[in-house]
Design a protein around this ligand. Structure first.
Ligand code: NDP
Ligand code: PYC
Length: 337
């Protein structure tokens, strides 16, 4: 069992910015990426918190990313915001485009942000939760690399393809979920490997197509979608909406682009936002109360809402002023400096 070390909250950002700057990310990218990592780490989202600094550094080492380039946000009369990341990491493009997405959603009732030509390493919930913070409902999707076999298949065609959704709640944290459409996120399998733990059955097959619980064999073989044919179809939908629909790469194409050099996948991202005010004809308060009745009925049965673990972790970590990470992870992060 690993020992854990305490990292003070300010140190999450300081360490991240230092590592990212030294790796070759300019100030604008380093600070927005560090903010994303901080947001995930204080919620104990370990697979996409500080651990993701390795992927950010590997992406720079792979030599295809531009660490300095600034995104271009295109103006249009319609309900689509196009953000061209121009071969940089995604968070700066999304961060720069979200105000425009909010404005268009309030104007049209529904609007979408298509981010193109970005390297992508991060969780999606911080972005949809920001939109919920502005009173909008939102969903987000990205492909990744072709690590995941379709149902009935034996080799990776699909990405781990996360789907995130957030719903604003009056005076409460939003209802949010965010999950890979593979049974496990790849980052989670990597954490199992680091911790020397076996995977549960049904998550992956080895390179010969046999079921495996060994994280290394899973990483060398293919991951499986959650929920059989249902997760597989959702994953394909995400390939289409965040790929060909927005003139960007599928997970297969992203993998080809990487040419075995490692680092973050390179593709597009789609975020769709809905204005409850325009959709409900101004009856946001009444309809919000009906949503609350549904949430209450779920909780009443002893079930929990997605993100409750995260919100509890956030409250605990903010109150005590530090997060805990495994000591070997901390040492490996310091070795990046
Ligand atoms: P998890 O399986 O950890 O969690 C999925 C969601 O289900 C969370 O919202 C979680 O809430 C909720 N949940 C878990 N258990 C329960 C329960 N018993 N009852 C109700 N809700 C529950 O997510 P993944 O490991 O699949 O994904 C982790 C992250 O990886 C995501 O943020 C995703 O965006 C990211 N990712 C990014 C990719 C990329 O290409 N950029 C690719 C794949 C994944 P809670 O957090 O509160 O437990
Ligand atoms: O955990 O599957 C994953 C992942 C891929 C890209 C970023 N995270």
């Amino acid at each position: 069992m690993s020992r854990f070390v305490k990292i003070e909250l300010a140190e999450i950002t300081n360490l991240s910015v230092k590592i990212l700057s030294q790796a070759g990310y300019g100030d604008a990218h380093a600070h927005v990426i560090a903010k994303m990592l901080y947001t995930c780490q204080i919620d104990d989202c370990h697979s996409h918190g500080l651990f993701r600094l390795f992927m950010c550094c590997q992406t720079m080492q792979a030599g295809k990313i531009d660490g300095q380039v600034l995104p271009i946000i295109n103006n249009s009369d319609n309900a689509i915001v196009h953000a061209d990341a121009r071969g940089g990491m995604s968070p700066l493009a999304v961060d720069s485009a979200i105000p425009k997405l909010i404005e268009k959603t309030r104007k049209h009732g529904i609007a979408a942000l298509a981010v193109n030509r970005c390297f992508h390493f991060s969780a999606l919930w911080p972005e949809v939760e920001r939109l919920a913070g502005a009173g909008l409902a939102a969903m987000a999707m990205v492909p990744s690399h072709a690590w995941v076999a379709p149902v009935g298949g034996s080799r990776g065609s699909l990405g781990t393809n996360p789907l995130a959704f957030s719903w604003p709640r009056q005076g409460k944290e939003p209802f949010t979920f965010d999950f890979a459409t593979s049974g496990f996120a790849r980052g989670e399998i990597e954490l199992y490997k680091r911790a020397g733990k076996l995977l549960p059955a049904g998550v992956a097959i080895d390179k010969n197509g046999n079921p495996t619980t060994d994280p290394s064999a899973a990483l060398d073989g293919a991951m499986l979608t959650f929920g059989g044919h249902k997760g597989s179809a959702l994953s394909i939908m995400i390939e289409l909406l965040a790929g060909p629909l927005i003139d960007d790469l599928t997970s297969l194409e992203s993998m080809e682009f990487a040419a075995g050099r490692g680092g973050a996948p390179y593709h597009g991202q789609i975020i769709i936002a809905f204005d409850p005010n325009l959709f409900s004809g101004g009856r946001v308060v009444d309809n919000g109360a009906r949503a609350e009745r549904l949430f209450a009925d779920i909780i009443d049965q002893g079930a929990r809402l997605p993100s409750q673990r995260r919100y509890a972790a956030r409250a605990r970590n903010l109150a005590r002023g530090y997060v805990e990470i495994p000591q070997p992870l901390h040492l490996d992060l310091l070795a990046l400096l």
